[in-house]
Design a protein around this ligand. Structure first.
Ligand code: ADP
Length: 249
């Protein structure tokens, strides 16, 4: 596929911490409309790479483009406005607010309305239909008026994804979406990610290899800060270097 199909691209991405090279000359392309996974053994540089791509860290060297635009120097809020949104951890959900209220607040942020605007009951409920549609998209309609604190861990994650969808992203970056999940929740969130991926580009860091195998169109394997392999799951899983890196970790 040509460059018209690329959503996110990194060229020569490098991050040094006081001389220690955590990410070394990484170049990767995430094609539009795909689910792309970043995997690798512990210490491979996945988190650092993810933080570089989402602009939470500045690279020592290298360039990042999104939708053909140089975003290397942009802040996370600026790239969110371009349609590339990082999904935050569950801690970003307000425990004492209901599911509906949490999504409503995310919409408030997106719409950039003033605080006073939201003090009026009429305005407050103006976006409720839209908020409900995101709640429905993540399968939480029956929990609309439950406090977030009452939800299971997996459903909190689904709520957190709903607040991300309220930002209307074209691309989502998910940081270990299955971390800490029970199997039942893993299945629920997998189904959700697959459905979200039908209309959006997704890049995720994920440890659960069966989830990665199940969901990913393309996988980049990192080891010791460098790209070890790239391909679909069938390709990377029979690559001897990949097997060695996982066993040796
Ligand atoms: P992964 O997410 O694949 O486990 P990380 O990106 O967290 O890997 O870490 C890659 C390497 O970079 C590790 O050796 C880690 O100790 C080092 N590292 C990560 N962050 C920092 C930092 N802020 N300062 C120094 N070293 C770091």
């Amino acid at each position: 596929t040509g460059s018209a199909g690329v959503a996110l691209e990194a060229v020569g991405l490098t991050k040094e911490f006081k001389g220690f090279v955590a990410v070394n000359n990484v170049s990767l392309k995430v094609e539009k409309g795909t689910i792309h996974a970043l995997i690798g053994p512990n210490g491979a540089g996945k988190t650092t790479c993810f933080n570089l791509l989402t602009k939470f860290l500045q690279p020592t060297r290298g360039k990042i483009t999104y939708a053909g635009r140089d975003i290397t120097r942009l802040a996370p809020a600026e790239i969110a406005r371009l349609g590339m949104v990082r999904s935050f951890q569950i801690s970003a959900v307000f425990a004492d607010l209901t599911v509906l209220q949490n999504v409503r607040i995310a919409l408030q942020r997106t719409r950039g309305e003033s605080y006073d605007f939201w003090r009026s009951e009429k305005n407050l409920t103006r976006f409720d239909d839209e908020a409900r549609s995101y709640v429905a998209e993540v399968g939480l309609s029956e929990f609309l008026n439950h406090r977030a604190a009452e939800l299971s861990y997996g459903r909190k994650r689904a709520l957190e994804i709903a607040t991300t969808l309220a930002l209307d992203p074209k691309m989502l970056l998910l940081d270990e979406p299955m971390a800490g999940m029970a199997q039942e929740d893993v299945e629920r969130i997998s189904t959700l990610i697959r459905r979200i991926g039908e209309t959006r580009t997704i890049l995720m860091v994920e440890h659960n290899l069966s989830v990665v195998a199940d969901l990913s169109d393309r996988i980049t394997v990192l080891a010791r800060g460098e790209i070890l392999a790239e391909g679909n799951y069938a390709e990377i899983s029979k690559n001897p270097e990949v097997i060695d890196a996982y066993i040796g970790a």
